[in-house]
Design a protein around this ligand. Structure first.
Ligand code: FES
Length: 259
């Protein structure tokens, strides 16, 4: 079992309206993989459960992690995280979850797809992935295309925006269609409707596809049961086919889970 640790805040910056980037110094950086997350505790003693935040960048040698997250309201703890400053400490636990099996992408033509607050984990994935062709397809609401410069340095970038201000108007699937793109492997992270569309697309074409269901987590440490999802495989003894995203995922083979 992982232990809670006091991470040191190195810097904090706002990337877009409500989207923050936090660099912390933590032992968790030593073993972290793309697609994993850390759970961050608030100072509020009445709130005992932490909040899971996905890892956006990893600096193993420097023992640093970059967390990019959205402030989702006063009650979620994320507002408090956004007020942390360099020199502060914050309790974290991690790295948690399985991460993306990016080693499987060797020699493949790949889509790396992210939507909304599922965009940040795609950055470290893009940095570590070695494949034949790296097509990064990310979707935003509007012209606040956070992390765009970093993505451009790590692959061929395609953007969709809901309001059409940058790239393809619509979502990541619209961008693929408009640009006439194809792939033989997919890695994706984002809201459920987006993942559902990608899962269908992949299954219709027989493409191996890994999806991160991290947006459905609430505590990240197996305590709240908010993240239970249905999987195809049944337990031999009890006929139970539920999994906890935070313990068994957050990354699953698309054919394994029901969305
Ligand atoms: Fe709380 Fe999985 S997120 S149990």
């Amino acid at each position: 079992e992982k232990k809670k640790e006091q991470a040191k805040v190195l810097s904090q910056e706002m990337l877009a309206d409500g989207i923050y980037s936090l660099w912390i110094e933590t032992e968790a950086a030593r073993t972290a993989r793309p697609g994993q997350f850390v759970s961050v505790y608030t100072a509020d003693a009445s709130k005992l459960l932490p909040r899971p935040i996905s890892i956006c960048e990893i600096d193993k040698e420097g023992k640093k992690l970059r967390l990019v997250y959205r402030v989702t309201g006063e009650k979620t703890g994320t507002k408090q995280f956004s007020e942390l400053k360099a020199g502060d400490t914050v309790p974290v636990i991690g790295p948690l979850g399985n991460g993306f099996p990016y080693e499987k992408a060797e020699g493949k033509k790949v889509f790396l797809m992210g939507g909304g607050i599922g965009v940040p984990p795609i950055l470290e994935l893009a940095k570590q992935m070695q494949c034949e062709e790296k097509q990064i397809v990310v979707g935003y609401r509007d012209a606040h295309t956070f992390l765009k410069d970093e993505f451009e340095q790590n692959g061929t970038l395609y953007i969709s925006t809901e309001d059409g201000s940058v790239g393809t108007k619509g979502n990541v699937m619209d961008a693929i269609r408009e640009q006439n793109l194809d792939a033989d492997m997919i890695f994706a992270c984002g809201p459920t409707p987006m993942l559902r569309a990608i899962k269908t697309y992949a299954e219709e074409r027989g493409i191996e596809c890994y999806i991160s269901l991290e947006e459905r987590m609430a505590c990240g440490i197996g305590a709240c049961l908010a993240c239970v999802c249905k999987t195809k495989e049944k337990d031999a003894h009890s006929n139970v086919n539920n999994k906890r995203i935070c313990k068994d995922g957050p990354v699953f083979l698309s054919t394994e889970v029901e969305l």
